[in-house]
Each structure stands twice: as structure tokens, then as C-alpha cells.
Design a protein around this ligand. Structure first.
Ligand code: GRF
Length: 203
């Protein structure tokens, strides 16, 4: 069975989409652990209610050592680490041990509206303020940067002049739930090949 861990910081609707897709048979994998980087992450309940092992790390206390704690929990236990609304930046041995086996979902079309400080509603406010006609979400590999790793999937949505940032956030969130599970499925089927910045995905 293909084993994954999901890391969260917030409400966990992306985590919920993964749980739902495992339960409805679309995803053939198991969630071995859900790790939150703050005790206020309400998404933890989504995992606990399904008896999935949960861990709460306090990013304020751990700082740069948070990645080491994640590695202690996950080393040799999972095939893929999924960042699903996870705000801490990972570093050190964890990135080496899990090279090209950590993915993140970002709510814009990278390289637009991403990088330090670009998360949550701020991403959509920037897109609306800029006046883009198309936005969307990106699933990418995690490297030592912020939202800088090779891109796996992107899904687009139209942006209208009447849209609020919240309208756009909700429209993109729907696509995120599809894109993240699609990426996990391709990984579980061994259909992802990363060559430098390029990601080749078999049909
Ligand atoms: C999502 O928009 C995701 O793209 C971003 O954080 C948000 C978290 O959503 N990284 P949720 O916690 O999965 O509902």
C-alpha cells in the first residue's frame, strides 16, 4: 500500500479531499500520519475522527528544528509527504531524505502570487488587485525555497471583474481538492519522473 503523510496548518479541506478520495476508492493509498505545525489547526480533528495518527508540533517553539521533528516521525514510514495548507518552510535533512517526495499545493499559478508572505486570502487579494483574467492552483515539488520547486500540475479558473478575493479563493479551493489527489494518484502509480525542473507525468 502506498503510504503518505499529510502536513497541515489550518482547516484541512485539502486533507478532507484526500480522505474522501481514499474512502471512495479514487486513491489507493493510506494516510499514516497527519502532522500540524500549530495546536490551533482544526484540520487535526478530520484525521483524529478517522483514527489516523496525528501529531501536533509547535512551530513557535521548534523554529528551524521543526523539520527535524517531522523527519523523526516520518523517516522510513511513508513514501510521500503532502503539504496541504502547511505554512512552515521545511529545511535540512528532511529535504534530502525525501528529495522529490514532498509536494505542496499553492492557490495561484506559480510563479505568480507566491513566495514569502503569499498564503491564504492574501494570494487572491493580490490576484484581484492585479486584475488577472485567469488564476488557479499549482501542485509542485518542495525544495529548499518557498513555492519554488518543479511544477507537477496546474489547474486554472476564470476571474471576473465582479469577483471578490473570497469568491476567487472558493473557486480555486475546489480545483485544489482535485489537483492534489490527482498528483498523489500519479505518485502512487509510479508515473512521476522529475528531471531538473521538468516533471514528466505518464498518462
Ligand atoms: C489552501 O488554499 C492551500 O492552497 C493553501 O492553504 C489553504 C489551506 O486550505 N496552501 P485547507 O487547510 O486545506 O482548507
Amino acid at each position: 500500500m502506498y503510504k503518505i503523510a499529510v502536513l497541515i496548518s489550518g482547516g484541512g479541506t485539502n486533507l478532507q479531499a484526500i480522505i474522501d478520495n481514499i474512502e471512495n476508492g479514487k486513491l489507493n493509498c493510506s494516510i499514516e500520519a497527519v502532522i500540524a505545525d500549530n495546536p490551533k489547526a482544526t484540520g487535526i480533528q478530520r484525521a483524529a475522527s478517522r483514527s489516523i495518527d496525528t501529531y501536533i508540533l509547535n512551530r513557535k517553539e521548534l523554529g528551524d528544528t521543526l523539520s527535524d521533528e517531522v523527519l523523526k516521525i516520518l523517516d522510513k514510514k511513508v513514501d510521500l509527504i503532502v503539504l496541504a495548507g502547511f505554512l512552515s518552510i521545511l529545511n535540512g535533512k528532511l529535504l534530502k531524505r525525501f528529495k522529490n517526495r514532498i509536494i505542496n499545493i499553492h492557490p495561484s499559478l506559480i510563479p505568480s502570487f507566491c513566495g514569502n508572505g503569499m498564503y491564504g486570502i492574501k494570494v487572491h487579494e493580490a490576484a484581484i488587485d492585479y486584475g488577472v483574467k485567469v488564476s488557479g492552483c499549482t501542485v509542485h515539488m518542495v525544495d529548499e525555497g518557498t513555492d519554488t520547486g518543479p511544477i507537477l500540475f496546474q489547474k486554472t479558473v476564470q476571474v471576473t471583474s465582479e469577483d471578490s478575493a473570497k469568491d476567487l479563493q472558493n473557486r480555486i479551493l475546489f480545483e485544489e481538492h482535485l489537483a492534489l489527489s490527482e498528483a498523489i494518484k500519479k505518485f502512487s502509480e509510479g508515473k512521476i519522473l522529475v528531471i531538473d525542473r521538468k516533471v514528466i507525468i505518464e498518462e
